[in-house]
Design a protein around this ligand. Structure first.
Ligand SMILES: [Zn+2]
Length: 62
């Protein structure tokens, strides 16, 4: 069911975007939630709602 998959993916994305917005309002935007390091500006430009730096995001994917 393509539509059900799309709905799931969109809800997850919405949650990530809202979390990023909350971090921004708290002044914590751009900080990795795992290692607390800075997320690179290039990554934030590509994925503005990224919660993890590229290193931590890749670990999670494996
Ligand atoms: Zn990290």
């Amino acid at each position: 069911m393509v539509l059900a998959q799309a709905a799931t993916a969109l809800r997850q994305l919405l949650g990530e975007v809202e979390a990023a917005l909350e971090r921004l309002l708290r002044g914590e935007y751009g900080r990795c939630e795992v290692c607390e390091g800075e997320i690179s500006p290039a990554r934030l430009e590509a994925v503005p709602w990224a919660a993890r730096c590229i290193g931590c995001a890749e670990v999670r994917r494996r």
